[in-house]
Design a protein around this ligand. Structure first.
Ligand code: SF4
Length: 347
């Protein structure tokens, strides 16, 4: 099966996530669902980018290792197939670090300094000027070069990104173009964005869903925890009494969730809501049941893998090996183009 796909999928796609903890529904519908679709269309490389986590969390590393496994479990549970896609950990592929170093030689200082997302990141992370100076490390400044190395190591042609990530990808394109022009080669493809339409998934309080806002529902949550969270969802704020008719258009969270998880019964929900045939509590209990039905197969897959850490480790080691092979080939060419001796080849 793998070899058939490998021969029919021509373009390469590369994407990654920082290991910051268990993933929530926003990640699933915003990113993972697209990756699952892409993996059958493109040769796919999905990276758990732990070095990127260090660029901002170098003072607080306790959770990184645990989160690498959490994120891998979530990916596999969501349907990323390690037989079809290459799932690997960035630090398990040292070729990326070498490519980062080599690319940094041709990266102008003002390119990294002008990155708008970098300035935002420092502003977000720091309380004051002194802390901003501490946070703005050499590693963080090099973040876009590292991200370029992530993509170019696999000669990724397509990178699924949200609109907010566009500038980082532009950086990788500029760097690929500069490398090709500087050395008179056509070595790196200029990676193109594959914009993913991310439905803005609201957290239970009606704000953007996010782990730090404590308003999320995680893929790994139990059915009971999910039901508890759903029951806290903000509904139609104008509906005060149980007998008041509701308005689905004003229903902040449950209604949009119905459209995702149970769109087949949307007419029924609308009728019952607007005629006050159902109260919000019962309506949310029904929604929770639909959500739990949808999420059950993923949760079962996750639990099974969680009970088998050796298997998970094998998947990651195998992915690292596959990724190293491809990145190693890319690097061999880069060393040659940049006039270096391939010492590994000489051994
Ligand atoms: Fe929302 Fe359902 Fe309440 Fe209507 S009945 S406002 S759809 S939770």
């Amino acid at each position: 099966m793998t070899s058939t796909l490998a021969t029919t999928r021509t373009k390469r796609i590369m994407s990654g996530m920082r290991p910051t903890g268990r993933l929530h529904l926003g990640h699933y519908f915003g990113v993972l669902i697209n990756w699952v679709r892409f993996q059958n269309e493109y040769e796919s490389f999905f990276s758990i980018v732990d070095w990127h986590a260090l660029t901002t969390k170098y003072q607080n590393v306790a959770e990184i290792k645990k989160n690498i496994f959490e994120i891998a479990l979530d990916w596999l549970a969501a349907g990323i197939d390690p037989e079809v896609s290459t799932i690997y950990v960035q630090s398990g592929v040292p070729e990326i670090a070498e490519l980062h170093l080599l690319l940094s030689m041709i990266t102008q200082q003002n390119w990294v300094e002008r990155e708008p997302t970098l300035k935002d990141m420092v502003r977000m992370l720091a309380q004051d000027e002194a802390e901003a100076r501490e946070k703005a490390t050499y590693g963080l400044l090099g973040y876009p070069v590292l991200m370029s190395a992530d993509i170019l190591a696999f000669k990724g042609e397509l990178v699924p990104v949200g609109k907010d990530q566009e500038s980082h990808l532009e950086f990788a394109r500029d760097l690929a173009r500069k490398f090709n022009n500087l050395y008179g080669v056509d070595y790196f493809p200029e990676p193109k964005p594959e914009f993913t339409s991310t439905p803005l998934l609201k957290g239970i309080d009606g704000q953007k869903m996010g782990k730090s806002y404590n308003n999320d529902i995680k893929l790994a949550d139990t059915a009971d925890d999910t039901t508890k969270q759903v029951l806290k969802m903000v509904t139609d704020r104008t509906r005060i009494a149980r007998t008041d008719p509701g308005h689905v258009d004003l229903c902040e969270v449950p209604w949009p969730m119905y459209l995702i998880f149970a769109s087949d019964i949307k007419e029924q929900v609308k009728d019952e809501c607007e005629s006050a045939a159902i109260g919000c509590v019962d309506c949310k209990k029904r929604l929770a049941a639909h959500m739990n039905d949808y999420l059950r197969p993923m949760r079962e897959r996750r639990e099974k893998l969680e009970r088998n850490p050796d298997e998970l480790m094998k998947i990651l080691e195998h992915g690292n090996m596959k990724a190293r092979k491809v990145a190693g080939q890319t690097l061999k060419g880069v060393r040659e183009i940049m006039g270096l001796i391939d010492w590994r080849g000489a051994q």
